[in-house]
Design a binder for this molecule. Sequence first.
Ligand code: SAM
Length: 312
Amino acid sequence: MFSYRHAFHAGNHADVLKHMVLIAILRYLRQKDTALTVFDTHAGAGLYRLDGDYAQTSGEATDGVLRLIAALEKPVVASAKASAAAKSLANGVAPMIQDYLDLVAGFNTAGSRKIYPGSPFIIQRLLGERDKLKLFELHPTDAKTLSSNIAQLEAGRQVAVLREDGFEGLKKFLPPPARRALVLSDPSYEIKNDYARVVAMVADSLARFATGTYAVWYPIIPRPEAHDVPRKLKTLATKAGKNWLHASLTVKSSKLTSNEAGEVIRPGLPASGMFIINPPHTLKAGLQLALPQLAALLGQDQHAASTLESGT
Ligand code: SAM
């Protein structure tokens, strides 16, 4: 069975990128009145404690959401020689970053940073009355935690937790009844096959429901399969004649280093990306402003950077 537990990673730089994009997509899709179905193929536990054992052990939120909050608590003053990102921050934080931070703050009492919402809770908070949310989670413990967290929302039939394989389970729901859907796919990539499976899932979904919005998160690590994900998704979208956006955020070098004792130090996740097919037309401009600011605020060394590309 899997050993990946998202509680170790909740609120890290990858979550910041993924959840910021997720919120922006949902805000746009919610502008229409027609019912929307949202699928989260790899849902996790739903809610996390940043002061709990998992998060404290890994400290990943410290370099993610908590770093962002701390950086923005001080006024940003940019000198004439400052980078373009620092100058843009001095003019105000990007609306997508602010929206993300406000939503996270909404899960905490004033000034506290104990709770971090996972994608299921972020999505649920942004749903309209007639919208539906289908959550897939295969890990027995996380599926149980997710079910009890969701039960507390008393959302009734609006939210369904399915202890199923998200790659396969999605098929039976496409196309959705009102023909409006967002699919978030955020695998743990613990199994090497996940890289190929996420691409196959999008290919199958586009054949079933070409007008849905598909958002795939992937890690940028020195592995050929990881680099294949955006390359193959780009080919799929282009062949289907669909618009796409590809955003990436690097916070540090991916190089191995060693300590004084000569032990090899792995850098941890240095970068990740989001690939979106049929993105809202407003997303590109939002990301153009937000991504360089995120790289400036979350960057840990001179390798910090962001990229944004788009096409049809
Ligand atoms: N999307 C969540 C968020 O943003 O808060 C985090 C999800 S975490 C990266 C990936 C989750 O997928 C893990 O909880 C893991 O147990 C689960 N998982 C792994 N393989 C799965 C599969 N084939 N189908 C559904 N869930 C799976």
